[in-house]
Design a protein. Structure first.
Length: 173
């Protein structure tokens, strides 16, 4: 067998060789340093993740793309405005048509009643509807008025009037 005893295993040998010269204060300081290092690592990781998040949200859009987006948005807004305007106009026209249809129905009813009255007029005398014959004493005769003779006015014209008449003749005036 070897010089080692049964109790002297490799682990035991390693433990015996381990330097136990650390004091409790040094060990506490090592633990604090380990905690500080782990916190620093966590903060650094958080900073990196935050930096990645910031860089992900920031987009570099070229001027040309911004102009294209602006023109597109303007066109969409104008088309939307025209759509709303047309909808309002169509609503106004529908209301106007409804009012005119109602008026047309009223006038059609009046026309129907007048056509019915006209159909019943056959065989009705003027006296039946409240007219009466005129007595010869109530007749007034009017004399014809003399016609006035046509007056011809003499006007002087110049070259401008002749040009205007020529242009008027060209266009059928």
């Amino acid at each position: 067998m070897s010089s080692k005893t049964l109790l002297d295993t490799d682990v035991d040998v390693e433990l015996k060789e381990f330097d136990n010269s650390y004091k409790t204060q040094d060990f506490s300081q090592l633990l604090d340093n380990a905690r500080i290092d782990s916190q620093t690592i966590e903060l650094n990781l958080a900073d990196r993740q935050e930096a990645k998040a910031k860089t992900r949200t920031h987009l570099n859009i070229s001027l040309r793309m911004k102009l294209i987006i602006a023109v597109y948005a303007t066109i969409v807004v104008l088309l939307g405005a025209l759509l709303i305007y047309n909808a309002v106009s169509i609503g106004n026209y529908r209301e106007s048509i409804a009012q005119k249809s109602a008026l047309l129905e009223v006038e059609q009813a009046k026309l129907d009643s007048l056509e019915e009255i006209l159909a019943n007029v056959n065989g009705v005398t003027p006296e039946d509807i409240g007219m009466s014959k005129i007595d010869s004493n109530n007749i007034t005769k009017l004399n014809k008025l003399e016609k006035l003779s046509k007056v011809d006015y003499v006007t002087e014209t110049n070259w401008f009037d002749k040009v205007c008449e020529f242009i008027s003749a060209i266009f059928g005036g």
